[in-house]
Design a protein around this ligand. Structure first.
Ligand code: 5RP
Length: 223
């Protein structure tokens, strides 16, 4: 990754602090952009109650930063969720799961009132699908789900080295041009053995912070 992309990720992550209110519990995503956000959040750790994490990796980083990690079952609805994405449209539809944390990410996003997505400018697209769509599957269903996806025109590739935090497998689906992300998310969710589709369209981002080396563009879709 180029240093200018890192600078852009860091700019978006820093800008997300604007959405963190004192005394709140913050939903925290996963990935290199979120790592910059955790570092920024650490400077506010005495002003927040804690965080709900979307992965073992983010949990470790949050704890190392001195931020308490809380159980979503005990917190109720969260005010804000901050996470990155592999692709984002300007409508807030996302592909996520490049880091393999899509299931917990989708859960924490769903349990949050506002989803602030932090990306560098390379992630902005008009149509989703150039980035292979991650689909988390129950291990014994991997081949069946792959055939069902191929029947729908996708080219699934098993991410062999990856076992998710939930003990599942991931298929990365190439060759899709996702013009109707809500319908595709609904359809793939119906395939037996699919745990989570890495399309975040039924619950899209509410705010997109697009980092560039020179600053951050703020796209507010829902206040
Ligand atoms: C992890 C994700 C990440 O948000 C996505 O892969 C972006 O990662 P990065 O910030 O490292 O580019 O969905 O499952």
């Amino acid at each position: 990754m180029s240093s200018s992309q890192n600078t852009a990720k860091q700019a978006a992550a820093q800008a997300a602090l604007e959405w963190i209110r004192d005394d709140s519990i913050v939903g925290v995503g996963t990935g290199s952009t979120v790592n910059f956000f955790i570092d920024a959040l650490a400077t506010r750790r005495d002003r927040i109650r804690g965080a709900v994490s979307s992965s073992e990796a983010s949990t470790a980083r949050l704890r190392a930063a001195g931020i308490e990690v809380m159980d979503l079952n005990a917190t109720g609805e969260l005010e804000v969720y901050v996470d990155g994405a592999d692709e984002s449209t300007r409508h807030g539809y996302l592909i996520k799961g490049g880091g393999g944390a899509l299931t917990r990410e989708k859960v924490v996003a769903a349990a949050s009132r506002r989803f602030v997505c932090i990306v560098d400018e390379t992630k902005l697209v008009d149509v989703l699908g150039r980035f292979p769509l991650p689909v988390e599957v129950v291990p014994m269903a991997r081949s069946y789900v792959a055939r069902e996806i191929a029947r729908r025109g996708g080219q699934p590739v098993w991410r062999e080295a990856c076992i998710t935090d939930n003990g599942n497998a991931i298929l990365d689906v190439h060759g899709l041009s996702i013009v109707d992300p809500v319908s595709m998310e609904c359809e793939l969710n119906q395939v037996a053995g699919v745990v989570t589709v890495g399309l975040f369209a039924q619950r899209p981002a509410d705010v997109i912070l697009v980092g560039r080396p020179g600053g951050t563009e703020k796209i507010v879709l829902r206040g």
